[in-house]
Design a protein around this ligand. Structure first.
Ligand code: SF4
Ligand code: SF4
Length: 448
């Protein structure tokens, strides 16, 4: 039985248009643009140059930094450019552009690694070399998460809550690859010394709950979770499944837990059993503007325009396009931006959902504090961010805000609360960096 977390909201899940439709492979594009930053942490440096011929699955970027993950070619062909290109985060990022030769010629290094199934050290190396990151959108390098949690955890949790409206890519993966997902979870258990593993799935996916319950043994427990946003947020998931509360500013390992996304577990299976690195992912394409919503298996680097075209294009002109869900997704302004490892959804909406008003005003209803899963006071955080009072903003624990968007969703005054907390955190970081630089300069002056 799951334990309810504090707060949260229950938006209409809007999943019916895609949940029952099988995922379809999307034809690889004639050209892929693969950014050298597909993860949180240090970007990779390209390991190929213009004119090189590359094979599918070949490593094309790497970094020696501990928090990073290598990057691989998602098609075979010729490198035609290594230059800054548009990233879905809106900036220009060094990218490798590959002209697809249409052959999908596999790199010779793509071989199964089943002989290492009982060797945790080798399994971690395979996961790192496969470039696996938190595939639910967080994109934290998985091998680093594992090594920094080793010997600290007694529980492995798989996040299959998929609590954001519209998104069904993990749901389809559970239905279409249940055996592989279970095996991927077993590999993760082995690395951590075989602790009990839990798979948290919201109750609005009864078919996935029953299929995984049938396939898993005593080592993996399937936990049906209350359908409530943000059930899939790491801290809320841990609390719902184990009853343990991650302390403010703390990490899951502080309560002996480690959490992996469902698609990450599937990617671990593919890396070990097939030798396949993270070069594709399932993407939900939906929203009221999309002609034929569905889930598509996309190569990393595919322009998002191709993905929308595969879903029949737009039946009405969208006013908002998002990569990710409606609560936490990033707005996209250029359809040439590529699919990246954390792209679980592409959504296109007309103006109907637009809730902006000319003069957003707080009416002191307190609803934002009622729904905040981190027990924060969004109305005051917003007020002090607007006043630029960083000291008070920090006292109100703005850094604990997980940017779930629940307060913004519920706010009748239509305040841009989450956006102001993102800005507030950036201001605090800038202020900390400024203070550190000033202290360093003062010390240097003293030592002269
Ligand atoms: S929900 Fe909006 S209007 Fe209500 S107290 Fe919070 S900020 Fe103010
Ligand atoms: S966005 Fe931040 S402040 Fe708002 S509900 Fe989520 S955690 Fe709370």
């Amino acid at each position: 039985m799951s334990i309810p977390f504090w707060g949260g909201i229950h938006p209409h899940d809007e999943k019916s248009a895609t949940a029952g439709v099988s995922s379809r492979p999307l034809a690889p594009p004639s050209q892929v643009v693969i950014p050298m930053s597909l993860h949180i942490g240090a970007p990779c440096a390209p390991t190929v140059k213009v004119g090189d011929t590359v094979k599918m699955g070949q490593k094309i970027g790497d970094s020696e930094a501990p928090v990073s993950a290598p990057i691989h070619a998602s098609v075979s062909g010729k490198v035609v450019a290594v230059e800054p290109r548009l990233h879905p985060n809106g900036s220009k990022v060094m990218s490798v552009v590959i002209e697809n030769d249409g052959l999908d010629a596999l790199d010779a290094n793509i071989v199964p690694h089943k002989e290492f199934l009982d060797n945790p050290g080798e399994l971690i190396r395979i996961i790192r070399e496969a470039g696996i990151v938190g595939m639910g959108g967080a994109t934290f390098p998985t091998a680093f998460k594992i090594t920094s949690s080793l010997n600290k955890v007694d529980t492995v949790i798989i996040n299959a809550a998929e609590c954001e409206p519209f998104i069904t890519s993990d749901h389809r993966t559970m239905l279409e690859h249940s055996d592989e997902v279970i095996e991927g979870i077993r590999i993760l258990r082995k690395i951590f010394g075989r602790p009990l593993a839990y798979v948290g799935i919201e109750k609005n996916k009864p078919d996935a709950i029953s299929l995984l319950s049938e396939k898993s043994g005593n080592d993996i427990k399937i936990v049906p979770l209350r359908t409530r946003y943000p059930q899939g947020a790491e801290k809320q998931l841990i609390q719902s499944i184990t009853g343990r509360e991650v302390p403010p500013g703390g990490l899951p390992a502080d309560v002996k837990c480690v959490v992996f996304n469902l698609f990450t577990a599937y990617s671990v299976y593919r890396a070990v059993y097939e030798g396949m690195p993270a070069i594709e992912r399932v993407v939900t394409v939906a929203g009221d503007c999309v002609a034929a919503p569905g889930n598509f298996i996309c190569r990393i680097g595919t322009p998002i325009e191709n993905v929308f075209n595969a879903a029949g294009g737009f039946k009405t002109q969208p006013s908002k396009i998002l990569m990710g869900g409606p609560m936490m997704g990033n707005a996209q302004f250029d359809l040439s931006a590529p699919v990246i490892k954390g792209t679980n959804a592409l959504l296109a909406f007309s103006g109907k959902e637009d809730k902006t008003v000319e003069n957003p005003t707080c009416i002191r209803c307190g609803k934002c504090a009622e729904v905040c899963p981190m027990r924060l006071v969004p109305m005051y955080m917003h007020m002090y961010e607007r006043k630029n009072d960083l000291e008070y903003l920090e006292k109100l624990h703005v850094t604990d805000c997980i940017e779930c968007g629940a307060c913004t969703y519920i706010c009748p005054g239509r305040l841009h609360l989450t956006q102001s907390f993102r800005t507030g955190k950036a201001k605090l970081n800038a202020e900390k960096a400024r203070k550190q630089a000033a202290e360093k300069a003062a010390k240097e002056a003293e030592n002269k």
